[in-house]
Design a protein around this ligand. Structure first.
Ligand code: COA
Length: 385
């Protein structure tokens, strides 16, 4: 046993432990430190991709409007002795996280529906040799304080991959989330050909996203207003705003995968969704080829449609999702938090999603708020990061 250890070519150095009083959270100050954090978390978030390709993908994302320097921050937890100005010892970075500032909506019976700013958190990571020392917990507590001190932020959210407890005890309360899987080979109870006249769908392209999502956001404000009419005075309704920048950021990820990771001959993602030519109904999608899923980013059925037309439109939209998934050789499409009526129409089940990407939300203004009274409206994939 001793001999085996002695023969190891790269023995792992024992990591020094720092008292929580001796560490602090700072913004990664330089491009080289930012790149170091990406290289360091490759084994956790990019295992299916070679390191240089992973870093290139993150650089590409960093150039998107959504993650412009003003909105996107990489946080590093370091000992207070860490010298960020002169040849910093990058091995002393104990934990890292990213935040994205973005628009949101917040509604209460007192103040009505307000446009606010929100912060989503992603890529929470502790290098393996530093794990189990409470560093990620300390980092998230300090991050919560940082967000509070920004003053203009109303709520913060993230998608937990480590269950409900870790982030829940700091302030990001887990919210129930469901999903419906639509296998590409699933035969819908009602075939599109049964519908006379047939529903006519049009492709949605990138250029249409800003106008389409502005209308969508306007409808969401209205929907929250309506919900307030029956809400109790304790309740707060919260939603990340559906907007083109976050959707384009997700599409940039998908495009990088088709072109530079899988290097597909037919790599162009031209249609990013489909809309009904006669109503406001539409669906936006995002092919996640490494996960074998076509994710629905946003699903909307026009409430003004009569029941029969609504069902026909929904059927046509599901069929187009199946076609799009097939086009990318994916085995299924996935919708987060669909209505039960949609599952009934499709002849499919809705299942509780409790393991991966658990939506977790906190109001920054007050930790005393009963988290059950904070309702996440429109919890769909568009706000994932
Ligand atoms: C999750 C992670 C950031 C924790 O880092 P850490 O510095 O060791 O965290 P802490 O020491 O502060 O706390 C660890 C707690 O998280 C729990 N935890 C860690 N990994 C977990 C996992 N995969 N599932 C559930 N709980 C987990 C630990 O059990 C521990 O709980 P305890 O305090 O009740 O004992 C680290 O394991 C990591 O980088 N993992 C890979 C990347 C990842 O999954 N990030 C989270 C994305 S949402």
């Amino acid at each position: 046993m001793t001999q085996l250890l002695a023969a190891s070519p790269n023995p792992m150095p024992t990591a020094e432990r720092y008292s929580h009083a001796d560490i602090h959270l700072i913004r990664a100050p330089t491009a080289s430190i930012i790149e170091h954090t990406w290289r360091s978390n490759h084994h956790a978030f990019g295992t299916t991709v070679a390191l240089e390709t992973y870093v290139a993908g993150l650089k590409n994302l960093d150039n998107q409007e959504f993650s412009g320097r003003k909105n996107h921050t990489i946080w590093i937890l370091v000992p207070k002795t860490f010298n960020q100005d002169y040849e910093p010892d990058l091995d002393l970075i104990l934990a890292t996280a990213e935040t994205y500032e973005r628009p949101g909506l917040l509604a209460t019976t007192q103040d009505g529906v307000k446009d606010v700013r929100a912060i989503s958190v992603a890529s929470v990571h502790t290098p393996e040799r530093y794990r189990g020392n409470g560093y990620a917990s300390v980092m998230m507590k300090l991050l919560w304080k940082e967000i509070q001190q920004m003053r203009h932020i109303s709520f913060t959210f993230l998608y937990s991959a480590v269950g409900p407890t870790f982030y829940g005890r700091i302030g990001w309360a887990p919210k129930r989330s469901d999903e419906m899987l639509i296998p590409t080979e699933h035969v819908l109870p009602q075939a599109e050909t049964d519908v006379i006249p047939p529903v006519v769908l049009q492709e949605i392209t990138d250029q249409e996203l800003p106008a389409l999502l502005e209308q969508d956001a306007a409808r969401l404000r209205q929907r929250m207003q309506t919900r307030l009419e029956t809400a109790s005075s304790k309740q707060t309704l919260v939603a990340p705003l559906p907007e083109s920048n976050c959707v384009r950021w997700l599409l940039a990820r998908a495009r990088f995968t088709t072109e530079h990771i899988l290097k597909l001959d037919q790599h162009q993602i031209t249609a990013v969704g489909a809309k009904d030519s006669k109503s406001d109904s539409f669906v936006l999608w995002y092919p996640s080829l490494l996960e074998d899923k076509l994710f629905v980013l946003r699903w909307h059925l026009d409430e003004k449609l009569l029941r029969r037309d609504r069902d026909n439109t929904a059927t046509a939209l599901i069929k187009v999702l199946q076609q799009e998934a097939k086009k990318w050789k994916l085995s299924q499409a996935v919708i987060w938090n669909p209505e039960q009526s949609l599952a009934d129409l499709a002849g499919l089940c809705i299942r509780y999603r409790y393991e991966k990407a658990i939506p977790s939300m906190g109001l920054v203004t007050s930790l005393e708020h009963d988290t059950d009274d904070v309702n996440w409206v429109l919890s769909e994939k568009y706000s994932w990061c």
